[in-house]
Design a binder for this molecule. Structure first.
Ligand SMILES: [Fe+2]
Length: 200
């Protein structure tokens, strides 16, 4: 597994490095990950028993020529990511925890420990709504597979594989999938990457 993880991190950095050459908000955010030194892993990657793993096979089917290299590097790692959904339960949406979640590789509680930066992958099953939420961290997503509706500050856009999406600190955003699951790489940066999202 360690070799697969190292390869995935390398491929992720390579992908973001292309975008980091453009000096705008997204490029600067991408550069933070490219420049980040990855510490040695102190955790282990065990096969996940999260309910999310039922989506994995399908979740890599909706990439593009741009993202297929990264999806290929991700495929052997996906079942071993520490998939979780650790937000406060919502009585109105009791099945959220089995429909969406994230597997974090780098972060305050991830196998590669970093108190100030997160990197991982978010997964939404088909026909799933990730409700409006906000968090202090600045969030960068790269859509790897799946066409979903992404909403930021009330404006909704269908995002395609290969697109970068920036959610500045504490801005309200949501995602909705229909017939395709969504798999996306994410990073969190800023003063506070520990405070979890809050639903609106
Ligand atoms: Fe977010």
């Amino acid at each position: 597994m360690p070799n697969f993880i190292d390869h995935l991190i390398e491929e992720s950095k390579r992908f973001l490095n292309g975008r980091a050459q453009i000096n705008d908000d997204i490029g600067q955010e991408a550069a933070k990950f490219v420049m980040r030194e990855i510490p040695p892993s102190i955790g282990t990657f065990e096969k996940s028993n999260s309910p999310l793993i039922r989506w994995l096979e399908e979740a890599i089917q909706f990439g593009s020529s741009e993202t297929e290299g990264l999806l290929k590097a991700l495929k052997p790692v996906l079942p071993f990511l520490p998939w979780k959904y650790n937000y406060k339960p919502r009585p109105d949406m009791p099945d959220l925890g089995s429909r969406m979640g994230w597997g974090e590789i780098l972060g305050p509680e991830a196998p590669f420990r970093d108190e100030h930066f997160c990197y991982g992958f978010t997964l939404l099953g088909k026909n799933t709504f990730y409700p409006a939420h906000y968090h202090p961290a600045t969030e960068l997503y790269i859509v790897l597979s799946g066409h979903a509706e992404w909403t930021l500050d009330g404006v909704t856009t269908v995002r395609h594989p290969g697109e970068f999406v920036l959610h500045p600190s504490n801005r309200i955003h949501s995602m909705r999938t229909t017939e395709e699951p969504l798999l996306a790489l994410y990073t969190w940066s800023g003063e506070d990457v520990v405070t979890l999202s809050k639903y609106v």
